[in-house]
Design a protein. Sequence first.
Length: 249
Amino acid sequence: MSPFFSPTRKKVIFFDMNNTILDRRQCFDSAFLEVMNDYTARWEPDETLFTAQDVLQSYKMEWSRHRKAPVRSPLSPDELRHICLRKALHPLPVNVSTAFTRAFFEQVEEQEDHFVALFPGVEDTLEALSQNYKLAIISNGNRRRLQSNLDKLKLTRWITEDRLFSSEKDGPRKPHPAIFERALKTMNAASSQSVMVGNSWRNDVVGAASSGLDAIWIHPGNMKKISERRIGKQKVVIIRSFKQLIYTF
């Protein structure tokens, strides 16, 4: 298979961080269970037959139901978390107030950093790509946590902190073009010389294409191993996993 991109035309690869390089879903699940187990340990054994795993699955099902509704919910992420947690904990002896939800997820966020992990093949893929391209990150995540994760997982071998662009520091959130334009300017690269890699169709793919960048969408449910489509003039390559990036460049 011939690559879709080459170093003669491209010089910079931008990556999303969470759920692209970092397996945040697994990280969240592990942290949620850790915090939930701490709460359930305080209750008497005969108070409930529900396990922390039961609560997690109920929470994720409720979250998915809201996210897949035909009409997009006007709720903020914090409001949606509260509704889903209250539903998941309904059978249990706990009053799920907004204060409880806030405290619960603050603890989950603290625990997440203990479970943070890379998707399979990330290190080998970054090492290979770094031989011919400059690597950088454009993320809507919290900058402090992003920097901490870069250090903890030793990703600064390939992506230094001056190549980390976050909405917290560099203006609006993806898919707004301003954050892409800021990253391009700092990296001294034209949009035509750059590719955006991410798991969000709206934020990473459509956002990048709107700013003149080609994109790679990591979509595990894609029917083919690798496929291609267009958004206007921009090329969009669809792959199932991060390690397949090696076949696109």
